[in-house]
Design a protein around this ligand. Sequence first.
Ligand SMILES: C[S@@+](CC[C@H](N)C(=O)[O-])C[C@H]1O[C@@H](n2cnc3c(N)ncnc32)[C@H](O)[C@@H]1O
Length: 251
Amino acid sequence: MSETTQHQAETLERPRRGVVSFVRRSPRMNSSQHHAMDTLAGEFLIEVPRGQLSTSVRTGTHIDLARAFGRRAPLIVEIGSGVGDSLVAMAGARPEHNVLAFEVYAAAIASTLGKLARAGVRNVRLVAADGTEGLRELIGTGTLRELWTFFPDPWPKKRHLKRRLVQPAFAALVADRLEDGGCWRLATDWADYAEQMRAVCEATPGLVNDEPARPGGWAARPDRPMTRFERRGLDAGRVVRDLRYRRLPRQ
Ligand SMILES: C[S@@+](CC[C@H](N)C(=O)[O-])C[C@H]1O[C@@H](n2cnc3c(N)ncnc32)[C@H](O)[C@@H]1O
């Protein structure tokens, strides 16, 4: 086995049980969100077969992404797109890419649909499911140009740390799915989570810091717009850190 250890390879394919990185919220939506869902889901939302949970993706699911997007193009995935502010702006600035977003919160997905339509952004598809499972089941090895995980839920309490998205097994999965030279962009306003992200990425075979010469190895801010979560962090006096890790060529 090349740079991936046996343990990591097993972890890549093992279904996660119980621990998820998101908060379960009410499925209720307001009337404009209902309207967006009714009128726009057909264009932007990809339905997937479910596993044990309503947010899971059934093991072995295959979707034809070229068909879902109506074309072949380099693929970007966002996990945890929230109400879509980064997604709509950044996908809109990359019309030559297909951008697949995973979000579990129905009301946030509905808001995103409305924003996509208003902005005239057509190169996005959404899956209402756990992005960890989506990445594992729907995305092939070495097929991903970029992954975006901006402001993942911070889970600051010690007893909740295991719920953080960026963990060694997840990073091994990301390294496997990225194409050679592909990159993983991350951002957080929680200092210890930023340190955790950096430590996890540094320890993941196949990933290398793309901006190592910058102070602390933190990346320059990409073309992310300011989101509600970033604003909240800044208002609370926290420092926002971006990271960018690149997939080394496979041997
Ligand atoms: C703190 S919000 C940040 C949203 C957005 N990235 C932003 O910067 O505004 C985190 C979002 O990630 C979603 N989320 C967390 N874990 C997820 C997962 N495993 N799959 C899909 N969505 C997830 C949550 O539902 C929530 O909407």
